[in-house]
Design a protein around this ligand. Structure first.
Ligand code: CAA
Ligand code: NAD
Length: 308
């Protein structure tokens, strides 16, 4: 029943949140901060150290410049004004407790590790206002597992907000209703998504929600095709781009998402989820070999392809 096409511009939905605190200033957290600030939220972006935050600031600025060039093709001064206006709404900080204690929405986009995420949940649980909505951007973990130890009173206020890379460009937002998520929390998360211009869909708390449940087995099967000697990676990529209209082939996409992340998702599902033992999600050997060799994809300069 819940899905939307068209986003905020058409529907003009007002966000239920004013202050958004995002944990993790990597690829995803930076993008979510950028988009939230663009749509007038007051954002705090938290990471472990200044180096990560400086990298994030540069990443956001370069992404904003791309958006600004399209928005104001005629005026360099309007481009600069736009970029500075958005970035001024983001406070970059390492002070986790302070950031969590002053938020309407807390969104975590830290590493894909359930124990590390649970530690952060405990930190936020101890200091955040009772009314805070607390969401995770996990790609593959069960939302309910991440919040398993949160205090009883907060259980209705947790859920999933799953964005796609690159966040400023990809229109979709998967809004996840976990077992304990209240309808009120779900509606708030959904309306926040609309308010930042996303097309929102409603998902259950199942492995990979909608997109990754289809996309990950597809990428893994492409890797198995290469292992069987059926086709080369390059020919498979060309086939899916020019025969099926995908913007990237499965190997370009796996490199773009990150081979470490792709392996983590596949291995996690195969060994410890309701998909346990399912050959559809079994990590292919070529994927594991590349990860073991430190070839994590675009971000490390090499994966299935070389980028240097
Ligand atoms: N910030 C802002 N805008 C960006 C951007 C960024 N970081 N990256 C790309 N863009 C914009 C460009 O400005 C450009 O805009 P216009 O078309 O309006 O001019 C547009 O995106 C296309 O970019 P480029 O021309 O530079 O390059 P491209 O045509 O090769 O597109 C791409 C790049 C958007 C990444 C495209 O290749 C694509 O859509 N790839 C598939 C991405 C995908 O499937 N993502 C989902 C991965 S799965 C996931 O995220 C979930 C998970 O849990 C793992
Ligand atoms: P990333 O490695 O680029 O960034 C993670 C950041 O979190 C790092 O800067 C790290 O220093 C920081 N961090 C770690 N522990 C922290 C803590 N306790 N407090 C604050 N910051 C902390 O990772 P990413 O690709 O941005 O992924 C983040 C999350 O989003 C993961 O759960 C991932 O599965 C999910 N996701 C990734 C993609 C993708 O395509 N990469 C897409 C959708 C969802």
């Amino acid at each position: 029943a819940y899905s939307s096409e068209g986003g905020a511009e058409k529907k003009r939905v007002q966000s239920p949140f004013e202050k958004v605190t995002i944990f993790g200033s990597g690829l995803m957290g930076s993008g979510i901060a950028q988009v939230s600030a663009t749509y007038n939220h007051s954002v705090k972006l938290v990471d472990l150290n200044e180096t990560a935050l400086e990298k994030s600031q540069k990443y956001i600025m370069s992404s904003l410049k791309r958006v600004a060039k399209k928005k104001f093709p005629e005026s360099t001064s309007d481009q600069v004004k736009f970029c500075e206006g958005v970035i001024s709404k983001i406070q970059f900080t390492t002070k986790a407790e302070e950031a969590a204690s002053d938020a309407d929405l807390v969104l975590e986009a830290i590493v894909e590790n359930v124990e590390i995420k649970r530690k952060l949940v405990a930190t936020v649980d101890a200091v955040a206002p009772n009314s805070v909505v607390f969401a995770t951007n996990t790609s593959s973990l069960k939302v309910g597992d991440i919040f398993a130890n949160i205090s009883e009173a907060r259980r209705p206020n947790v859920g999933g907000l799953h964005f796609f890379n690159p966040v400023p460009q990809m229109k979709l937002l998967e809004v996840v209703k976990a077992d304990t998520t209240s309808q009120e929390t779900f509606d708030k998360m959904f309306n926040y998504g609309l308010s930042i211009g996303k097309v929102c869909v409603s998902c259950k708390d199942t492995p990979g929600f909608i997109v990754n449940r289809l996309l990950v087995p597809y990428m893994l099967e492409a890797m198995r095709m290469v292992e069987r000697g059926d086709a080369t990676a390059k020919d498979i990529d060309s086939s899916m781009k020019y025969g099926a209209g995908y913007p990237m082939g499965p190997f370009e996409l796996a490199d773009y998402v990150g081979l470490d992340t792709s392996y983590f998702i596949s291995n996690g599902w195969y060994t410890n989820s309701e998909l346990k033992g399912n050959d559809l999600v079994k990590p292919p050997k070529n994927l594991k070999d590349l990860v073991d060799a430190g070839r994590f994809g675009t971000k490390s300069g090499a994966g299935f392809y070389d980028y240097t």
